[in-house]
Write a protein that binds this ligand. Sequence first.
Ligand SMILES: [Zn+2]
Length: 206
Amino acid sequence: MKIHDISTLIHPDMIVYKNKIDKKPVITVVSDYSKGTSYESRALLDMHVGTHMDAPLHMVEGGDTIDNQDLYKCVTDCKVFDLAHVEEKIEMSHIQGFSIEEDDFIIFKTRNSFAKEFDFKFVFISTEVAEFLASKKIKGVGIDALSVERDQPNHETHEAFLKNNIAVLEGLNLKDINEGKYFLVALPLKIKGAEGAPSRAILIEK
Ligand SMILES: [Zn+2]
């Protein structure tokens, strides 16, 4: 069994959405061996930092929260598609011929995985593709961007997924992952009432 860690490393200087300073993690050491007999620290984290899962509440008023996330959508078979050649956004022409079926968890690898800093022109999922995936009744979608959408004032891509209770996994690191079938484990922290939460995500090679 081979395990691939597809999670982003959480640290104070990590890449955060639009380089917003208040999205950077703050980690404070509250006790160390110079002062006491144990090491303890505390973290102030944006729910959408690094690898994380969005719950419907993120874009749907009254939507479900991350503590109620269906775990069958977090521990599941999945399909990784390599779209590293796509420049701007994932469109219908890019996924033509892909095997996408009901209950699939679909993960898109793009050039985002290779970015060394926040790219304001990151590759995202077009509304058309999001609506197509929703119509296929997939169970989840993952991408190596901090958001499935970009420059959408009405958040159509997020909505297509979250209104249909499709799990949305963002901020993946797929640099070393080849296209193919894997077993995904991506469990969001169980935070009461939250609209999303950081998640440790791994792919297991079958
Ligand atoms: Zn998010």
